[in-house]
Design a protein around this ligand. Structure first.
Ligand SMILES: [Zn+2]
Length: 54
C-alpha cells in the first residue's frame, strides 16, 4: 500500500491508501486544511509525488 509522509516543514502528517488516487485525495485535503494550499501548486505536487512510497 502506498504511504506518504508530509514534506511540509515541521509537519508530522502521515497517511496511506490502497491506491495512488485515494492517496492524492487525502494529501490534497491535508494540504488544504494544514498548509492552506488549495490546490497544491504544481512545483509542490512534483515533490509530493516524489515523496510517495509505493
Ligand atoms: Zn503537512
Amino acid at each position: 500500500m502506498p504511504s506518504f509522509v508530509c514534506i511540509g516543514k515541521d509537519c508530522k502528517f502521515e497517511t496511506s491508501a490502497p491506491t495512488e488516487d485515494e492517496m492524492m485525495t487525502k494529501i490534497a485535503e491535508h494540504a488544504k486544511t494544514a498548509h492552506k494550499m488549495d490546490p497544491i501548486p504544481p512545483d509542490m505536487m512534483v515533490k509530493v509525488k516524489a515523496a510517495i512510497k509505493k
